[in-house]
Unconditional design. Structure first.
Length: 234
């Protein structure tokens, strides 16, 4: 009985070690902003080899949700055409070294809204040895003077920003059911508030949030419409 238990523990420990990736994402722009007239919105990333051997690394991309009419592609060793989901070329990352050759690029083509992409960096010799990150490309309309009076869904910059105990913002849901979600830098949802009107101004209490940088997002009918940065200070 004891022997079987020890064997089980050792097996679980070995499995956990094997599941650990040799690669890690040192930095990746999780939120990339621009307006609908921007020719290209880019998110850069840095990937590190945590092992003691050199690794040949490729990149794959996956569309999580995409605004119709937009274009996305990525660069790794070189820039690839839209539609390429796995980089034909690999980059060698030496033991303990990192590379900053990754760029996820997005062309809004005049379309507003959020496109969400997933990028995975993987070991060519062992594709299971990988690490992934999510990037949200946010293209906002140009020239919105008064969001609260607009028929187009949108959300204003919050004020004050940095916020201490409470923030105020203007919003419009475009006739849908609106919600404000606040996310940490790691992408965890830390607060969610229902917006009672189709448009107007709202106040949100943020006293329970620790100091730091956050993102707040307007969600209409279950779809993320627009995201902005928020800083909480204490």
């Amino acid at each position: 009985m004891v022997k079987s238990f020890i064997t089980l523990i050792l097996t679980a420990s070995c499995s956990a070690l094997l599941a650990q990736s040799s690669l890690s994402i040192v930095s990746l722009e999780r939120e990339a902003w621009g307006n609908t007239t921007t020719s290209r919105i880019s998110a850069s990333g840095v990937v590190q080899n945590n092992s003691d051997v050199a690794i040949e690394v490729k990149v794959s991309s996956q569309e999580i949700s995409v605004i119709s009419g937009t274009v996305n592609y990525f660069c790794w060793a070189q820039c690839y055409e839209p539609g390429v989901t796995v980089s034909p070329s690999s980059l060698t990352i030496e033991p303990g070294a990192s590379v900053s050759n990754f760029y996820g690029d997005y062309k809004p083509q005049g379309q507003s809204g959020i496109t969400t992409m997933k990028y995975c960096f993987f070991n060519v010799a062992n594709e299971a040895d990988s690490v992934c990150g999510i990037v949200r490309f946010n293209a906002t309309p140009v020239g919105i003077q008064d969001i609260a009076n607009s028929s187009t869904p949108g959300i204003s910059d919050a004020y004050p920003n940095p916020a201490v105990g409470e923030l105020t913002f203007s919003y419009a849901t475009g006739g849908g059911t609106g919600r404000l979600d606040i996310y940490s830098m790691l992408g965890s949802k830390v607060k969610s508030v229902r917006l009672p009107e189709l448009s107007g101004k709202a106040k949100v209490n943020v006293e329970s949030l620790t100091a730091g940088m956050y993102f707040y997002c307007l969600n209409v009918n279950g779809k993320d419409i627009q995201t902005r940065k928020l800083i909480i200070s204490k």
